[in-house]
Design a protein around this ligand. Sequence first.
Ligand code: FAD
Length: 310
Amino acid sequence: PFDVLVVGGGPGGAAAAIYAARKGIRVGVASERFGGQVLDTMGIENFISVQHTEGPKLAAQLENHVRDYDADIMNLQKAEKLIPARVPGGLHEVRLENGASLKARTVVLATGARWRQMNVPGEDDYRNKGVAYCPHCDGPLFKGKRVAVIGGGNSGVEAAIDLAGIVAHVTLIEFDSELRADAVLQRKLASLPNVKIITSALTTEVHGDGEKVTALTYKDRNSDALHQIELEGIFVQIGLVPNTEWLKDAVALSPRGEVEVDHRGETSQPGIFGAGDCTTVPYKQIVIAMGEGSKAALSAFDYLIRTVPA
Ligand code: FAD
């Protein structure tokens, strides 16, 4: 069995694997796609101490760094069930889709999350070419330009407020007849001069010139009329879905499906830890996932030295 089994090979999982392996214990990393969301990212400019890098490059560096250590990397492996130890100090079991079963004294869950997409024509074609999902990451790329934010929940309204301070103009588009964000955020948004709010609107298409986004079309749900807005950027803020469907019966999840962790990264099950975008820790970012992954591994090590194996 492993001392620490990390599930997920994004920034959180990679950090957990390195911190755990540096303790000289048996470490395994099982991931569906090593690199995680970083693989889908173009420019990264907020990875502190690195002015600019690109997603695929950082993903390769993550993997190389883990490979420097004696960790067992199991790529293209999807976990489908977690069975926590029945007794304190017992072994946890992770079942993989291919039928294999992995046993470990501690587990770090770092399966990340995925942004919910609009699923309209043009969205995929212009992903990273004007279609963006993370205002903290990509907001500054649209300095002085016109953008839309899709979604009037808390994250959409927060994104619009954030972007309004950077870009020339923000159009917030909400499907419902009213915004769903907290009143205090809505008041703040309404006070901003360069923000327009459109409700009862369904985005139907993203347009571009082959290189980058130039406009979007939405349908007014009251009149069914189609309208086009010219812009350079579209921030889709209709939800971040944690990859935790497989954990429902194993550890406590928040109403949004995030793994609940305490300040040490421990879940509701002793010896099982969580890190990164799949957890309740706010602000889903690379440096945060790495910090949380490191913390989870150190907590796992602490658990190992204090717990008598059953
Ligand atoms: P992830 O990166 O999501 O990795 C999860 C890992 O778990 C993957 O290896 C995945 O294959 C694996 N996995 C999932 N389910 C299973 C399963 N059942 N079994 C086994 N493995 C599984 N952040 C920044 O700080 N700066 C940026 O510029 C930036 N730009 C971004 C741009 C885009 C387009 C996107 C989508 C995100 C961006 N982010 C950025 C956010 C950042 O990528 C995430 O916060 C970070 O990757 C989270 O790391 P993680 O390890 O928690 O999860």
